[in-house]
Unconditional design. Structure first.
Length: 222
């Protein structure tokens, strides 16, 4: 499966008719925050593949354009505090960043714990039905101590580390941390999860067939 993940900046060659030629073979689009609604709408309409997103700390509650007010990107699915199933994959997400000023999509560490706990019953149900908790975790902010930075606006989220350790999704895609220098770590293994900073855009080839088969075998054994 080929996944196009995006965050934080609008890329001109993606927001153009070229997008279909460049990424027409992707199977899934993940928006990891701080992207205009019109940008995600355009990508979804041009590629015509399932598109999921979470909002970043700079997101607007209402985005105004020549077509009127928008409260979400048309044709996409908001993953915040939800777990969904897409073509056999189990996806969940959390929006926003750690609070550093007043804003609608900023949370304290305690509030982030509350957001994560809202996913727990859904993940436990996944385990009972599908044999695993979660495949892909989508957030704007990074986990605490992984790809984050020392200034408060770019602190990682402590509750995310707990979720990764306990529920073991195969992938965690995040944004928020801008990349300015070559050689910056953008892929980190944490327990059984590949944590990926998807600043700008990234195409990832992910193999879930063996994972799905293992889960099916375990459920059959039970």
């Amino acid at each position: 499966m080929k996944v196009l993940s995006l965050s934080d900046v609008v890329i001109s060659r993606i927001y153009s008719p070229q997008v279909r030629a460049l990424f027409g073979d992707v199977d899934l689009v993940l928006g990891c925050g701080d992207l205009p609604y019109y940008y995600l709408e355009f990508i979804e309409s041009m590629l015509d593949v399932p598109t999921y997103f979470v909002r970043g700390n700079h997101a607007e509650v209402v985005e105004y354009s020549e077509t009127g007010p928008h409260t979400h990107p048309h044709g996409t699915v908001d993953l915040h505090c939800k777990v969904v199933k897409q073509n056999g994959l189990l996806l969940g997400g959390i929006e926003g960043s750690i609070r550093y000023r007043r804003g609608p999509f900023q949370y304290s560490q305690s509030e982030m714990w509350f957001n994560v706990f809202q996913l727990v019953p859904q993940m436990i149900m996944n385990r009972l039905i599908h044999g695993r908790f979660l495949d892909i975790f989508v957030t704007h902010a990074p986990p605490w101590g992984i790809h984050d930075q020392p200034d408060l606006p770019h602190h990682g989220v402590k509750a995310f580390c707990w979720l990764l350790k306990v529920f073991q999704p195969a992938y965690h895609f995040h944004g928020h941390i801008h990349i300015y220098r070559p050689g910056t770590d953008t892929h980190t293994r944490y327990h059984k999860t590949e944590v990926i900073n998807t600043f700008g855009h990234l195409v990832s080839n992910i193999d879930f067939e063996s994972k799905l088969k293992d889960s099916a075998d375990k459920m059959h054994i039970r």
